[in-house]
Ligand binder design. Structure first.
Ligand SMILES: Cc1cc2nc3c(=O)[nH]c(=O)nc-3n(C[C@H](O)[C@H](O)[C@H](O)COP(=O)(O)OP(=O)(O)OC[C@H]3O[C@@H](n4cnc5c(N)ncnc54)[C@H](O)[C@@H]3O)c2cc1C
Length: 383
């Protein structure tokens, strides 16, 4: 479900995993029977090499992701037993969803998936919250901050900076998604269909029951999320899925790059920086009035880059700033984190990966939006 996954150490079975991690684990399993099951597993393995753990055994597969692990054993030519493990119910749900999503994609059906074990298989998804607008503030010419009230926010404080907001059709009582027994979300359709967009939790206080989301007010003919933010009034209700999509990057030397859409993520990363971590930041916004104040410490250097009226996604200031850096002057352990428009994303990835030769585990470069494309169709990640 969420892009940011990373390789962790190998595990061989649920019990051993519990022992090595010395913490409670949740698990669920399902048998899937289909004539094409072996080729589905081979395809899964080919598509997820970065997360696969070598088992040394035929017909056994293991994958380790940021959210949990997956173990599969081919029992017969047409039957596989899949077990997923995770630290909590949210992550277990994400793992089940990932399995069901792949099965649906490869086999064209999730018929036959019946999860046994921990976690729920119907009702409201564990990672869903209804959130209500408390206040709306224009914090810069192009940024609207909405503060939402919600119950039970503890799980949104950690385990990912991002959320999906679910916007109901205006003027209708929202119909929220439910969980299917296969582990996939069942979405409302027709006149109840929701618009889904990815945003960042800029700040959160679970004890007081609120979270802030900063929305860029951008141009465009149909811009459901930006329009919602601009018009939002206290009492308006929307939905939220999450958290997910990667946490504060680890490392002692961070190079953070972003346009306005990544300003909330970079702001939150800087708020949570330890004094031992040095952060050099490049942020592209329209002009000085959009330079929202960020955390100030000796270990943080912020460089604002101004488009000065040039259209968002067209100025290329972020790749330009990277090219001006001398790679040999960068700390050897530098970690590059970037979030921006698709063309800049491609250019930054090229510089970091090809020109600088930085290893994949020292970069997270994500396209947050794409000119002319709506919602997540415009986004792409790269690790
Ligand atoms: C992990 C992640 C975190 C994100 N966090 C935030 C966040 O905290 N705050 C935030 O504002 N955005 C954030 N974004 C970006 C946001 O999801 C997109 O900008 C989204 O497309 C906006 O939805 P919309 O309904 O307003 O416009 P859409 O319906 O998606 O798009 C309509 C038109 O507007 C254009 N468009 C979309 N975004 C922009 C933009 N920023 N500037 C100019 N044109 C644009 C599109 O190309 C399209 O032509 C994040 C994206 C990702 C992947």
């Amino acid at each position: 479900m969420w892009h940011a996954v990373r390789r962790q150490q190998a595990v061989t079975c649920a019990d051993q995993y519990r022992k090595t991690r010395n913490m409670a684990q949740l698990s669920a399993e399902t048998r899937i029977e289909n004539e094409a099951i072996r080729s589905m597993m081979e395809r899964l393995s080919a598509d997820h090499r970065d997360y696969e753990i070598e088992t040394g055994r035929d017909n056994h597969w293991e994958f380790k992701t940021y959210y949990g692990s997956l173990h599969a054993v081919l029992e017969r030519h047409d039957s596989v037993m899949i077990r997923v493990l995770a630290d909590d119910e949210t992550n277990l749900s994400y793992m089940k969803m990932a399995v069901a999503g792949h099965v649906a994609e490869y086999l064209g059906t999730t018929e036959g998936i019946r999860w046994q074990g921990d976690g729920m298989d119907s009702g409201t998804p564990i990672f869903f919250r209804e959130i209500t607008v408390l206040s709306s503030t224009r914090i810069s010419p192009h940024m609207q901050r909405l503060r939402f009230r919600a119950d039970n926010l503890e799980r949104f404080v950690h385990g990912g900076l991002h959320i999906r907001i679910l916007l109901p059709p205006s003027g209708r009582k929202p119909v929220w998604p439910t969980m299917g027994s296969d582990g996939l979300v069942v979405w409302p359709t027709g006149t109840d269909a929701l618009v889904v967009r990815v945003y960042t939790i800029r700040a959160i206080n679970a004890a007081e029951g609120w979270l802030d989301v900063d929305f860029v007010l951008h141009a465009g003919d149909s811009t459901p999320a930006a329009t919602f933010a601009e018009k939002a009034r206290p009492g308006d209700v929307i939905g939220m899925f999450g958290p997910g999509g990667g946490d504060v990057p680890e490392g002692r030397n961070l190079l953070l790059l972003g346009d306005d859409t990544a300003l909330p993520a970079i702001g939150r990363i800087l708020d949570r920086l330890t004094p031992a971590t040095q952060a050099t930041v490049y942020l592209e916004v329209d002009g000085p009035a959009d330079a929202i104040p960020l955390a100030e410490h000796e270990n943080i250097t912020v460089n604002w880059l101004y488009r000065n009226g040039c259209e968002p996604g067209m100025a290329g200031l972020l790749p330009q700033a990277l090219r001006a850096l001398e790679p040999s002057n960068l700390p050897p352990d530098v970690y590059v984190w970037a979030g921006c428009e698709f063309s800049d994303f491609k250019e930054i990835r090229k510089i970091v990966r090809k020109d600088w030769g930085l290893k994949r585990d020292r970069q997270l470069i994500v396209s947050y939006w794409r000119r002319g494309v709506q919602g997540e169709d415009g986004t792409e990640h790269d690790e």
